[in-house]
Design a protein around this ligand. Structure first.
Ligand code: GLN
Length: 447
């Protein structure tokens, strides 16, 4: 069982922050009865699933891997949790992540790092590193992650699993602790495309509790997995293959293009001119929203409060100084700066305009292509300890994933090979808004 794998490996991998063994066994028995009497009809009823620790479960600690939420126990379920329970999935625990989902390695967690199951000296990626490592290690079958700038697609690539970032508004954000509200989406992580498609069917759907939730009627994803992609048009931004891309990742990427052609698809290169603006626009917008969203952690409403202080302002200051980690503080400072009067026009507004230009380029591309192809990351999983030495270099590693969030597009990562160190490489397929069907069909035909 998954709990045997957890007991065997998780002292090393550390994918989980919390597990619910007894409850899960009890629930599994209940669900089994429910399957027999027809209460549960989902093909995923009874399947174990792990939840990233920024998604609220009623009565369970939800820490976002931050000290400031060390004892926070929400009194309600996220919408996705209600949907999983209704479908009969068995929730087995909470997974590790970068603090408040800010990071690319799962090393900014206040509760220790997660290791890559393929090679314990390497990171699993991030910020949903715990969810992806858990699937890769056989410590769960399915997991939920969240993706603000690549946090599902990049760790899926590093861990050799499959992960989807849905179109913005497809999965309710109710009960997801907000990082950058205009970019955040919850999505599935699993061992292959059909598992992820089945899970996405369960969690997707309109929710009145999330004002950005969309009413969609095209959510039957599993029936799209026909294997037929004859005549499908794939576009590859040629700038994505320029300098900075690891040669082994590039070789593996080119191999995918050949396979797609063999399957009867058309593959064409085109040019994206806004590439150099993607990272700056993303980090300005994401940090601005984060600085505003994280205002609520003030020592009054949630878990942690500094032990000693003099007066209210000193309490805020000491609580936030001790409660937040370095990376989170960096984002709050950057975000507050770009939103402050005098700099707002120069940075934040300019970033919003840049985002509109990036969106325009992607819109044009989808006038010509069904699916765009990109690496998930310029390199395979870095060694533990390397990335945090240079945060700016770490941000640049998000070059292939952030535009998808800025434009609200759906993206999927599927494994496409290994490098010479045996570390997994993933390919990313990007669709136009609401075109999950196309990327799922393509990814399934390829895998
Ligand atoms: N690495 C990116 C960041 O730190 C993306 C994180 C995410 O998608 N949550 O902002």
């Amino acid at each position: 069982t998954v709990f045997e794998q957890i007991e065997k490996q998780d002292s090393e991998v550390h994918a989980y922050l919390d597990t619910y063994k007894e409850e899960a066994y009890k629930r599994a028995e209940e669900v089994q009865k429910g399957i027999e009497d027809g209460t549960y009809t989902s093909p995923l009823a009874g399947v174990p699933i792990a939840i990233k620790d920024n998604i609220c479960i009623n009565g369970k600690k939800t820490t976002c891997a931050s000290k400031i939420l060390e004892n926070f126990v929400p009194q309600y379920n996220a919408e996705v949790i209600d949907r999983l329970e209704k479908a009969g999935l068995v929730i087995i625990g909470k997974t590790n992540m970068d603090e408040f989902a800010m990071g690319s390695t799962t090393e900014t967690s206040a509760y220790g790092i997660t290791r890559n199951p393929w090679n314990l000296e390497h990171v699993p990626g991030g910020s949903s590193g715990g969810s992806c490592a858990a699937v890769a290690a056989g410590e769960t079958y399915l997991a939920l992650g969240s993706d603000t700038g690549g946090s599902i697609r990049q760790p899926s690539s590093y861990c050799g699993v499959t992960g989807i970032k849905p179109t913005y508004g497809t999965v309710s954000r109710y009960g997801l602790v907000a990082y950058a509200s205009s970019l955040d989406q919850i999505g599935p992580v699993g061992k292959d495309v059909s598992d992820c498609a089945a899970l996405l069917e369960i969690i997707a759907g309109h929710d009145t509790k999330d004002s950005t939730s969309m009413k969609r009627e095209d959510l039957q994803f599993s029936k799209e997995l026909t294997g037929d992609i004859k005549g499908m048009k794939f576009g590859v931004p040629e700038e994505y293959l320029a300098e900075g891309l690891d040669p082994e990742v590039k070789a593996s990427f080119m191999g995918v293009l050949d396979t797609l052609k063999e399957l009867g698809a058309e593959v064409e290169f085109f040019s994206i001119k806004t590439m150099e603006y993607m990272i700056p626009a993303y980090y300005i917008i994401a940090s601005a929203e984060a600085s505003s969203n994280l205002e609520r952690f003030d020592g009054v409403k949630y878990g942690f409060r500094a032990a000693e202080y003099e007066g209210l302002h000193d309490m805020y200051k000491k609580t936030r100084t001790a409660g937040f980690g370095e990376e989170v503080k960096r984002r709050i400072m950057l975000g507050s700066f770009v939103l402050s009067s005098g700099y707002y026009d120069a940075y934040y507004l300019k970033a919003l305009r840049t985002k509109a230009l990036i969106k325009k380029e992607f819109d044009q591309a989808f006038g010509k292509y069904d699916v765009l192809l990109a690496p998930a990351s310029p390199f395979t999983a870095p060694k533990i300890g390397e990335s945090l030495k240079d945060p700016l270099a770490m941000y640049l590693g998000d070059i292939y994933t952030v535009a998808v969030n800025l434009c609200g597009l759906p993206g999927i990562t599927v494994p496409c090979g290994k490098d010479s160190k045996g570390l997994p490489i993933g390919i990313q397929m990007i669709g136009d808004c609401f075109m999950e069907k196309k990327i799922l069909r393509a990814a399934h035909a390829y895998e």
